[in-house]
Ligand binder design. Structure first.
Ligand code: AMP
Length: 194
């Protein structure tokens, strides 16, 4: 099964993707995590994208599409994968379509986690409190506001592309983590014990 977890920053995509990976053997492909490891490793790519990420802007479509195309072909994606944080622009969605077709793959579902802004800021504040000194460089109120704006301007407009294909399922992401997880399982036709 191949799916996209869609939603604003802090909606719970990473948490739900990790659970799906552990319980159902689908590989989590978090572009944010991939980019953060590149920054931490100090690689040429990392140096190039460090400031972009810290500002809450998007890394270029070219870089992102190359990263994902290399990744989805690897053996650990054979049972399926969860795209967490990709695509974030219409150009990325179109490129994804082309690379899936080229690799004889199909997208099964797009799960949209719906969470209101007040709750997103509440979650941000508790992440900041819990992380202390290890807080992400883009997890502060100012940058978070910008990330939300980028989501509204560039990422939310991607949804109709998938709605038109009949792939989008909305899930209430305001509920507790376990309730959201159960709804996702039910939507995907997965049993919780699988
Ligand atoms: P995330 O952990 O998904 O919130 O991503 C953190 C940051 O990584 C974003 O604010 C962007 O700077 C960058 N990023 C992650 N995924 C993408 C993507 N698909 N396209 C462009 N930039 C991305």
């Amino acid at each position: 099964m191949r799916l996209i977890l869609f939603g604003p920053p802090g909606a719970g995509k990473g948490t739900q993707a990790k659970r799906l990976e552990t319980l159902h053997g689908l590989k989590q492909l978090s572009t944010g995590d991939m980019l953060r490891s590149a920054v931490d490793s100090g690689s040429a790519l990392g140096l190039k994208i460090k400031d972009i990420m810290a500002s809450g802007e998007l890394v270029s479509d070219d870089i992102m599409c190359q990263l994902i195309e290399l990744r989805i072909r690897q053996d650990d994606c054979e049972n399926g994968f969860i795209l967490d944080g990709f695509p974030r622009t219409t150009a990325q969605a179109e490129a994804l379509d082309a690379m899936l077709a080229k690799n004889d793959m199909q997208l099964d579902h797009v799960i949209e986690l719906v969470v209101d802004e007040e709750e997103l800021f509440k979650r941000l504040r508790s992440r900041i409190e819990e992380s202390g000194d290890t807080v992400r460089s883009d997890d502060n109120e100012e940058t978070f506001k910008h990330r939300l704006q980028v989501y509204k301007n560039q990422t939310a407009p991607v949804l109709p592309f998938y709605t038109d294909k009949g792939l989008v399922r909305q899930i209430d992401g305001m509920k507790p983590v376990d309730a959201v997880a159960s709804e996702i399982d039910a939507t995907l036709g997965l049993s919780a014990a699988a």
